[in-house]
Design a protein around this ligand. Structure first.
Ligand SMILES: NC(=O)C1=CN([C@@H]2O[C@H](COP(=O)(O)OP(=O)(O)OC[C@H]3O[C@@H](n4cnc5c(N)ncnc54)[C@H](OP(=O)(O)O)[C@@H]3O)[C@@H](O)[C@H]2O)C=CC1
Ligand SMILES: N[C@@H](CC=O)C(=O)O
Ligand code: NA
Length: 363
């Protein structure tokens, strides 16, 4: 008999759209029953006849408003009970409110796959609720978040495997931001290119967070570093505990400045960052935005560093991430490298998690 599972998707932006299309195109021995697709405004509830080609126009013309979080939970419980199938919630938003509601969904036997970093890098109390002993033993509701670090690259699964098999993590370091990688790689390749133009290009290509200041301010890298530290047993309490180096000019750091105003004023500061690049080049070096977690001394670093042109971090391409994991067994670090942002690779990471969950819960 064919096994089935319900899938509810929130967020249909860069990652969410690619996710829905990949899911609806995928051939699989498990049947994925899409019961909800919603963005901030509209939704499709219990849709029928969806395909990779028609779902976006169906959603765009839908008159059904998106459900609030409590209403979504009730709707998913009701659908699980009508269809007698387990449900997977795929959160493709960057919403903190949705992230904070994961414990409620999990308590109600709804599994979650997500690239949203907020639940895992916010206050430690939420992390504890999600990964405490009784949650670990609960195999009716699973929580997978591979795409929260390195997008689709196998980082979190690899780290969990190393730890569960008894290895001890010594140091994790690398380039964790696809957008900053793209920005710095492009920036170091030409003298004519303007910093603000590359930032716009990274946004157009879907590499940045919904607000690119989350990338430029180092917050996105800090969130990834916190996630890796916590998985490795270093329970950083909150983002406030980290010193984060920022690329946002002080003059544009007001939280009341809109994203559009920030982007339109950024060109005024192109010369400032260009000077940093020239200073590094005069030393024969390039600038890179890096993160590291030292698990021997319980120290983290999030900021700009200078590398020799011959260093592997200096020769990255496009939006590549490179993550080096040094452990007791891997004294020469284990290295994962590849695209660390972008719609297709990230959606594939979320879809792979959805499949892993479905393989365990589908009936
Ligand atoms: N882009 C990338 O390369 C990567 C992204 N990620 C993570 O993936 C997530 C999505 O990123 P991305 O697709 O780029 O972001 P986008 O801004 O393109 O998409 C976000 C989507 O979430 C929807 N949304 C926002 N708030 C709510 C809400 N309260 N309820 C329902 N829907 C909501 C938005 O709705 P609307 O369309 O109506 O505005 C939009 O469809 C983020 O958490 C990001 O950090 C992780 C790895 C890589
Ligand atoms: N904005 C992020 C997207 C993936 O997490 C990045 O630039 O890496
Ligand atoms: Na990943």
């Amino acid at each position: 008999m064919v096994k089935s599972v319900n899938v509810a998707i929130v967020g249909t932006g860069v990652v969410g759209s690619a996710f829905v299309s990949q899911l609806l195109r995928m051939s699989s021995s498990i049947k994925y029953n899409v019961i909800y697709i919603g963005n901030a405004d509209q939704s499709l509830k219990a849709p029928t006849g969806l395909s990779a080609d028609n779902w976006a126009s169906a959603l765009q013309s839908s008159k059904t408003p998106s459900l609030s979080i409590p209403d979504l939970l009730e709707f998913l419980k009701e659908q699980s009970s009508i269809t007698k199938l387990p449900t997977i919630l795929v959160d493709n938003t960057s919403s903190l409110a949705i992230a904070q509601s994961y414990p409620k969904f999990l308590e109600n036997k709804i599994s979650i796959a997500t690239p949203n970093k907020k639940a895992f890098s916010d206050n430690y109390s939420l992390w504890e609720q999600l990964f405490n002993e009784s949650r670990k033993k609960n195999d009716t509701a699973l929580l997978y978040h591979e795409a929260t670090v390195g997008a689709g690259l196998p980082i979190i699964g690899t780290l969990n495997d190393l730890i569960q098999t008894g290895d001890k993590i010594i140091k994790i370091e690398g380039i964790f931001s696809g957008s900053l990688s793209f920005i710095f790689n492009s920036f170091s390749q030409s003298d004519d290119i303007k910093f603000s133009d590359i930032v716009l290009k990274a946004k157009e290509l879907g590499y940045t967070e919904p607000d690119p200041r989350d990338d430029l301010g180092g917050l996105d890298v800090a969130r990834k570093v916190i996630i890796l530290a916590r998985i490795s047993g270093f329970g950083i309490n909150s983002l406030n505990d980290l010193d984060i180096e920022s690329l946002i000019p002080k003059e544009l750091s007001s939280p009341t400045l809109s994203t559009a105003d920030f982007l339109s004023q950024l060109p005024n500061f192109d010369d400032q960052i260009k000077q940093q690049k020239i200073d590094a080049a005069n030393e024969g070096k390039v600038l890179r935005f890096v993160g590291s977690v030292d698990l021997v001394n319980n120290k983290v670093f999030v900021g700009i560093a200078k590398y020799d042109k011959s260093h592997p971090f200096a020769s990255l391409q496009g939006s590549d991430n490179v993550i080096s994991i040094q452990t007791e067994r891997y004294t020469n670090p284990l290295i994962v490298q590849g695209a660390g942002a972008g719609s297709e690779v990230t959606a594939a990471g979320v879809l792979a998690d959805t499949i892993k969950i479905a393989q365990r819960v589908a009936v």
